[in-house]
Design a protein around this ligand. Structure first.
Ligand SMILES: N[C@@H](CCC(=O)N[C@@H](CS)C(=O)NCC(=O)O)C(=O)O
Length: 219
């Protein structure tokens, strides 16, 4: 049996980050799917939060996608996903912070907000964060967020871009075509084996999010 077990859900962008990191680092593991629309009692016995993702190693559990990916980086350093240089490493973490504290709350806020009157304000905030990301990527010399190597920063952001079809379908929000660097980066990410092995198509996300955007189930 594999020593690492990932409790995951295909619809969850946070779990996707971890699936990408496990693939990029070629870490043997087992994926266990959790139905987040109807979280089973057995999962609450394992997970302190009831949320996905969660990584289990023997009798230890680690949760929070960013922390899990940093754990994988610490425990499996052979295929690094963070730069070695401490300043570059700090900058990588700043980008990850920005995703978790600004971009992702705007993105998910628009997906899950049922009050249409609030959508315009969230769209403005999301547009602003995309402008910020585009400007950051414009400074990058290579194909990935930090340069020539794929890093945890790329794996942190990519799942949301794959799911952007949900915003277009349900909220009338299109990712701006003018953001050529973001579009180029997304195209590069789609070519990676880790993404090709884990990606889901537009119809999957549109179906999976329908009960959330119409309020049938809570987020
Ligand atoms: N900050 C957490 C977020 C995890 C999260 O919100 N997971 C969602 C699915 S995408 C979940 O488990 N929702 C079920 C629930 O909250 O009951 C992380 O990065 O891992």
């Amino acid at each position: 049996m594999n020593t690492l077990q990932l409790y995951s859900s295909d619809v969850c962008p946070f779990a996707y980050r971890v699936r990408l990191a496990l693939h990029e680092k070629a870490i043997p593991h087992e994926v266990i799917s959790v139905d987040l629309g109807n979280i089973p009692d057995w999962y609450y016995e394992i997970s302190p939060t009831g949320r996905a993702p969660l990584l289990k190693q023997k009798d230890q559990v680690i949760w929070e996608s960013t922390v899990i990916n940093e754990f994988l980086e610490d425990a499996y350093p052979d295929r690094p996903l963070l730069p070695r240089d401490p300043v570059a490493r700090a900058h990588a973490r700043i980008w990850i912070e920005y995703c978790n504290n600004t971009f992702q709350p705007n993105f998910c806020g628009l997906v899950f907000e049922l009050d249409k009157k609030k959508h315009d304000k969230i769209k403005d905030a999301l547009r602003e964060s995309l402008v910020f990301l585009e400007a950051g990527l414009a400074e990058t010399p290579g194909a990935y967020w930090l340069g020539d190597e794929c890093s945890l920063v790329d794996l942190t952001y990519y799942p949301f871009f794959e799911q952007a079809v949900v915003l277009a379908k349900y909220r009338g929000f299109e990712m701006p075509e003018k953001h050529v660097n973001l579009n180029r980066w997304q195209a590069t990410m789609k070519q990676r084996a880790s993404v090709q092995d884990n990606c889901r198509d537009s119809d999957f996300y549109i179906d999976a999010y329908r009960p959330y955007v119409d309020g049938t189930i809570g987020k």
